[in-house]
Ligand binder design. Sequence first.
Ligand code: ATP
Ligand code: AH0
Length: 357
Amino acid sequence: MKMHKVLGLMSGTSLDGLDLAYCNIWESNNKWHFSIADTHSVSYDAAMRSKLKNAITLPAEELFVLNNSYGTWLGEQAKAFINQKKMEVDFISSHGHTVHHRPEKGLTYQMGSGQHLANASGHTTICDFRTNDVALGGQGAPLVPIGDRIFFGDYDFCLNLGGISNISFEHNGKRVAYDIGLANMVLNYITQKIDLAYDKDGALAKTGSLNIDLLHRLNALDYYKLPFPKSTGYEWFMEKVVPLVEGTEDSIENLLHTCIHHICEQLAIQVKEHTYKKSTLWVTGGGALNGFLIQTLQEKLGADVQVIKPPPTLIEFKEALVFALMGVLRMERKTNVLCSVTGAKRDSSSGVKFLPH
Ligand SMILES: Nc1ncnc2c1ncn2[C@@H]1O[C@H](COP(=O)(O)OP(=O)(O)OP(=O)(O)O)[C@@H](O)[C@H]1O
Ligand SMILES: CC(=O)N[C@H]1[C@@H]2OC[C@@H](O2)[C@@H](O)[C@@H]1O[C@H](C)C(=O)O
C-alpha cells in the first residue's frame, strides 16, 4: 500500500486567503482513504487581496508577471509551512487562484505559476487542473465532486458554500454537480460597504427583514433557469448581481437578510428537485459557519432533508484536501475530472507537473 504525503493548496473565490492541508492519502481494498495531518490558512492582506481581485482587469503582460510572483509567493508559503512542521512531502498539489473563467469561450485561467511554485518550495508541484477539461469542451468546474464521490459518497448531497454555492450528488448512476448560484460572494460584497470582511454567524442578517422586490429580482436571474452542467463565477456576479444590489436602497441588515433567503431558496429548489426520500445534505465551505444561513436553509428544506455539518477542519479544508487527492490521481494516471460533472467529451486525468530546479 502506497501512502501519498501531499500538501494541497487552495485559494478560493472569496479572497479570504490561502488554505494549506497536509494530507495522507492511500488506497486499500479498492477504496481511497485520507487523514488530514495538519492545516494552515494564510489570510491575504489588503494589498494581496486587491491584486488578486484586480487581476481580471490586467493587460496580458502584467498578468503574466503577477502569475509568476504569485506562484513564487505560493511556493514560499508552502515551504514555510513544510519547514515549520518538519513535514515529509511527496509533492504539492495546487489549485491556484481563478482569474478568468469563460468556458463558453474555451478559456479558464488559474494564476500561480507551477514552475515558480516548485522552485520556491523545492517540491514537485502539480497544478492547472481545469484547462484540459475546458479544452475537451467541459466547464472546467466544479472539480471537487470527484472528492465528494470518493471520500464522502455516504451523503446524498455534498454542498459547498464558498463564494459561489455548488452541489454534487449521484443521478442515474453518475456523479453530477454544478454551481447553484450565489453564496458568500454577495454577502461579503454587502458587508464590505461597512468595512466588514464578512457577517460572522449571520448576526447582522438575522436582525434584518425581507425586501420582497430584491428577492424576486434575484430569484428571476437567468442563470437559475439554465440546465446543468453549468458553472458561474465573479464575472456573472459583477454583471448581473451587483447592479441589483446597488439598485436597491435598503439597510445592510435587510440586504443581507434578503440575500440569505434568496441563497437558501435556490439551494432548496435544487435539492428538493433531486430527492425523493429522506436525505442527508453535507455542508462545507465558510457558509457552513453562518448560523443564520444554515438555520434558514434547514427551514426551507423541511424535515425530510437533514443538514449535516462536518467538523471545522473539513468545513474549511475540504477543497484543499480534494486538490491533494486530484494530484494523487494525476500521479497515478487515474481519472480526476468527471465529464458527467463538467460536460466534457470524456473523463480525464488532468493537471500539469513541474519539477523544482
Ligand atoms: N463564522 C462565519 N460566519 C459567517 N460566514 C463565515 C464564517 N466563516 C467564514 N464565513 C464566510 O465564508 C467565506 C469563506 O468561505 P470559503 O473559504 O469556503 O470560500 P472560498 O473557498 O474562498 O470560495 P470558493 O469555494 O467559492 O472558491 C468568508 O469570506 C465568509 O463569507
Ligand atoms: C472556475 C473556478 O475556480 N470555479 C470555482 C468557484 O468557486 C466555487 C465554484 O465556483 C466551483 O465551480 C469552483 O471551485 C471548486 C473548488 C471546484 O472546482 O469544485
